[in-house]
Design a protein around this ligand. Structure first.
Ligand SMILES: Nc1ncnc2c1ncn2[C@@H]1O[C@H](COP(=O)(O)OP(=O)(O)OP(=O)(O)O)[C@@H](O)[C@H]1O
Ligand SMILES: [Mg+2]
Length: 505
């Protein structure tokens, strides 16, 4: 098939930043084309150019050989290009049906509701989606909300669908479902631009892969001519992957004990239901479970975002369930896409300021009421270097950073206070390979110093590699513990589905 979309020599700069220097690639009808690159390489910016949100400084976009100039997402939509955004643009109180109608341009005033319902229903059936048209959006899982965004684009007959890290917020099961839908769409001749940091997914789904590095398209490879190693080495180039080793000497001292903890959600159901957990000093305790079994509530109740309706959180012998001491004892890091607001960055403040937000009272960064600008800058320079954070010019706000780089700012900040206990909720989602390794190293080094970590992750490989023990959660309860050196993926899988018990703590 001929290329239907051609992108040539695109350049896009922001004050003090060259986001895209020289990017060219093309998309043919009926292909899944993956964009791969480190955090800050320019993937999202390129997609914003392609959907008319940003105007390029230089370069050309051609559709069916015709040069086009987009000035808004409306222009690109009318050329058949649509994007599923990482942050869904849905009205939570409205139903699924109403949200889809809202997105359509030419719905007549007295439109025939039945006809539109039937067309949407047909799409839902065709792809075997689990979606109730009359349910309000706020009741739906993230995965279901993503289906709505996709249906909106299909109702508008888009020929090119752009998905920017769609699987970062999905469970592995939901991701598999998405992939089978994408395959079906491809069979129908639709084109897909797919962005992900997960190599397994990239290998599974891509017909072609274009690698972006520091704003340049450095290679496009066809299926069959790449494997994970080749992609990784092109992407990383001469950058170093941090190395680390885990110290396996764990003390038996219990630093945190959770007893019979229950947490209810907004719908009055129990997210945590008489949950128990024991965390040892210097331990990395992995928490395995299918997302939605209480992991988020666990992280939130420990870091003070939610309160418990029953049970206790004990720090050594002290009850900290409802006390302010909890904040000083437990720090938390979370991955970004699920809910940017709950993880506490100040998007309009600079990177430097965000990096000291937890320590503004400790004296190191202020004299009396005056901020010590030099110390703040020195601290930031150090963290930016350690975590390889890609920032814009000094003083520019955090919200301009790429998704993965915002994530790194949060991690760097939360770890700078040297907490006794760290709660990490999906900490490496959205991070490129090198950055994910660096986070692993930081957690492992922390354990050497005696920091204890509760590591909540979906990726079993990540849990098996990093954890001293793994606790499995199911329906808000602790199923049991396993020893990562003495278990199998199958055993953990059975426990995750509630079919097998583990060892009691
Ligand atoms: N509106 C903006 N203003 C200033 N700089 C920006 C803006 N948008 C993006 N940038 C910068 O452009 C560069 C590329 O960012 P982009 O978001 O495209 O990266 P990405 O490849 O999507 O990374 P990630 O994998 O972390 O999502 C970054 O250095 C970022 O800080
Ligand atoms: Mg991005």
């Amino acid at each position: 098939m001929p290329d239907f979309l051609q992108i040539e020599h695109i350049r896009k700069t922001f004050p003090g930043v060259i986001a895209l220097d020289d990017v060219s690639f093309s998309v043919t009808g009926g292909e899944i084309h993956t964009l791969l690159g480190e955090n800050g390489a320019g993937k999202s910016t390129l997609m914003n150019v392609l959907t008319g949100l940003y105007h390029p400084d230089r370069g050309e976009i051609r559709i069916d050989g015709q040069k086009v100039g987009f000035t808004s997402p409306r222009d690109s939509l009318s050329c058949g290009i649509g994007m599923v955004h990482q942050h869904f643009m849905l009205v939570p109180a409205h139903s699924v049906f109403e949200n889809i109608l809202l997105a359509l341009d030419n719905v007549p005033n007295l439109f025939n509701r039945k006809e539109y319902r039937a067309r949407i229903k047909q799409l839902i059936d065709q792809f075997g989606l689990d979606l109730d048209l009359d349910s309000p959006v706020w009741k739906l899982s993230i995965g279901a909300q993503q289906w709505i965004e996709l249906i909106k684009l299909l109702m508008r007959d888009c020929r090119l669908l752009i998905l920017d890290e769609p699987t970062a917020v999905l469970t592995p099961q939901e991701a598999d479902r998405l992939f089978s839908v994408l395959q079906q769409l491809k069979q129908q001749g639709k084109s897909i631009i797919f962005i992900s940091h997960k190599m397994r997914e990239v290998m599974q789904i891509s017909d072609r892969v274009t690698i972006l590095k520091k704003g340049h398209s450095i290679a496009t490879l066809e299926r069959g001519s790449f494997d994970e190693n080749r992609l990784a080495s092109l992407m990383i180039g001469t950058d170093q992957i941090p190395e680390w080793q885990k110290n396996l000497q764990m003390s038996e001292e219990i630093v945190l004990e959770i007893q019979g903890l229950s947490v209810r959600n907004d719908r009055g159901l129990s997210d945590l239901d008489s949950f128990d957990l024991k965390l040892k000093k210097g331990e990395i305790l992995g928490i395995a479970g299918v997302a939605g079994n209480g992991q988020k509530a666990l992280a939130e109740v420990l870091t003070g975002l939610k309160s418990a309706s029953q049970g206790r959180i004990m720090a050594k012998d002290k009850d900290i369930t409802h006390s302010d001491a909890k904040k000083a004892y437990i720090a938390g890091i979370a991955h970004i896409p699920e809910d940017r607001k709950s993880i506490g960055i100040a998007p309009d403040m600079s990177v430097d300021e965000n990096l000291i937000m937890k320590s503004f009272r400790n004296g190191a960064f202020s004299h009396w009421i005056f901020q010590d600008k030099k110390a703040i800058r020195r601290n930031a320079a150090e963290k930016i270097d350690q975590f390889a954070i890609k920032t814009g010019p000094d003083g520019s706000p955090v919200r301009y950073l790429s998704g993965g780089n915002i994530q790194k700012v949060i991690i760097a900040r939360e770890l700078s206070e040297k907490p006794a206990v760290l709660v990490a909720l999906y900490p490496t989602r959205g991070l490129d390979i090198g950055s994910a390794e660096y986070v692993h190293k930081v957690i492992a080094d922390g354990a050497d110093r005696g920091m204890s970590t509760i590591l909540i992750a979906e990726d079993l490989d990540e849990l098996l590699k990093l954890s001293d023990r793994i606790a499995v959660m199911f329906r808000g309860q602790l199923v049991g513990y396993v020893d990562p050196r003495n278990t199998t993926r199958e055993e953990i899988g059975l426990m995750m589905s509630g079919e097998k018990q583990g060892v009691a703590g």
